[in-house]
Ligand binder design. Structure first.
Ligand SMILES: N[C@@H](CCC(=O)N[C@@H](CS)C(=O)NCC(=O)O)C(=O)O
Length: 287
């Protein structure tokens, strides 16, 4: 069919059909564009066999990651001298969970920081709780869960929703409109989770009580169970580091600063395992 014929046929189509066709076409262009962007961002390098490739978002300002679970993993790898590579992407998440961090290992994708450690303990024959008593393992697990399942959500609410300066969004250089949409969606998610049914004062109170419990247990010790850091310290440090150094305009840093022993603990972990901390932080979180 000649081009002029095609345009004639199109011109004769009813308005509704034309509008529908236009919408479908625009949708297809958007989806294709998004796939192209994603595809470009997710092109993986080829790594030698048995390389642990840690996928996470870009390095953050003041902290090497804005996800505490990535700091937890990197700290553990450093503590145990396990070599790893890091891949940064602001859009790539684990296929199974839609979350970060995740690792790729010999072509396999493993999500979730805790399951990653369990996977690696089998793969690399690591004892995740070596040298700890049964009692310490119980206490460590309880504190880790308090931090990752309770304190974490307070931080998310504080940093991503309650902080009126939108500092975390600005760190990602997101526009006002995208920030508005992201905040709205997150607000809904956090309401469903339960944390946003508390007032900001109550969220502060929960943070304070969790940190108080932790500081009471830590006492004058260097790490959770004495002079040697363990896996549980890595998880706790991941979250406390975010509170201390990456709360933007939120209240988290002022809450943790009320606990000098926890601040000293953060400094201790940082000095022990992250001599390159400052070099790794960057203002453009998208990279
Ligand atoms: N239990 C997971 C938690 C991971 C997680 O919640 N990651 C956040 C970033 S800190 C995420 O990907 N959120 C995106 C979402 O929930 O859609 C782990 O230990 O890795």
């Amino acid at each position: 069919m000649a081009l002029s014929k095609v345009t004639d046929v199109l011109a004769d189509l009813p308005v509704v059909v034309k509008a529908l066709g236009g919408t479908v076409l625009a949708g297809a262009v958007l989806v294709t564009g998004w796939r192209l962007i994603k595809g470009r961002q997710t092109k993986s390098k080829i790594y030698p066999p048995n390389t642990i490739v840690l996928h996470q978002i870009g390095r953050g300002p003041n902290v090497p990651s804005l996800t505490p679970f990535a700091i937890k993993l990197e700290t553990y790898f450093r503590m145990e001298g396990i070599p790893y590579e890091v891949e940064h992407s602001w859009s790539r998440t684990a296929k199974k969970t839609g979350k970060v961090p995740f690792i790729e290992y010999n072509g396999e994708e493993i999500p979730d920081s805790e399951f990653i450690l369990e996977f690696l303990s089998k793969e690399k024959n690591l004892d995740l709780t070596k040298g700890l008593t049964q009692e310490q393992i119980g206490i460590g697990r309880a504190f880790q869960k308090m931090v990752e399942e309770d304190l974490y959500w307070c931080l998310v609410a504080d940093r991503w929703v309650l902080d009126e300066t939108n500092g975390s969004y600005k760190a990602f250089k997101l526009s006002g409109f995208v920030t508005f949409l992201a905040k709205r969606s997150l607000r809904k998610q956090l309401w469903n989770r339960g944390i946003l049914r508390y007032t900001p004062e109550q969220i502060r109170h929960i943070m304070t009580e969790d940190l108080k419990a932790l500081s009471h247990y830590l006492g004058p010790k260097k790490f959770l169970f004495g002079d040697k850091a363990c896996k549980f310290d890595c998880a706790i440090f991941g979250l406390l580091a975010e509170m201390k150094w990456a709360s933007f305009g939120g209240i988290a840093s002022s809450v943790i600063n009320e606990y000098p022993s926890l601040c000293a603990y953060c400094d201790q972990m940082k000095e022990t395992f992250w001599s390159d901390w400052d070099e790794l932080t960057q203002t453009d979180c998208k990279r």
